[in-house]
Design a protein. Structure first.
Ligand code: HEC
Length: 116
């Protein structure tokens, strides 16, 4: 009696980045439904892909002077997505280096920490 081979459908359990971001004194705004792991990923990306060499963002320890100071500008989530995806005004586009998800993560991060 033969049975169909077991399909090894291993449920891909995406291990969430378990970094407890002990950011200290962050002011809580509204309900914290934003995925904090995306924010943590965004912070890593911000420094690793080079945003910090051109932009100032206190939370990331970034002191770049080429582009606008993001703490002052406080761009919205959507504005960061647009700018990072398409670039412009002297800033390179990152859509060939970053996935849409990574761009989202960076945008979440920037819009959640800028000006704090
Ligand atoms: C080579 C330098 C450089 C790098 C690297 C860079 N930027 Fe920029 N960025 C700029 C410049 C210059 C501007 C101003 C563009 C303008 O005035 O239109 C800018 C503008 C912006 C803006 C403002 C958009 C708006 O609505 O006005 C945001 C947000 C931003 N960058 C985020 C990022 C992020 C996030 C990264 C990393 C993924 C990044 N930048 C990497 C130079 C850079």
């Amino acid at each position: 009696m033969r049975r169909a081979p077991l399909v090894a459908a291993a449920g891909a359990v995406a291990l969430a980045v378990a970094g407890c971001g002990g950011g200290g004194s962050s002011t809580r705004t509204s309900t914290a439904t934003t995925t904090s792991s995306a924010v943590a990923t965004g912070k890593q990306l911000f420094t690793s892909v080079g945003c910090s060499s051109c932009h100032t963002l206190a939370d990331a320890g970034a002191k770049g002077q080429v582009g606008p100071n993001l703490d002052t500008l406080r761009p919205s989530d959507a504005a960061v997505v647009r700018q990072v995806t398409h670039g412009g005004g002297g800033m390179p586009a990152f859509d060939d280096q970053l996935s849409a998800q990574q761009i989202q993560a960076v945008a979440r991060y920037v819009s959640s920490v800028a000006g704090h």
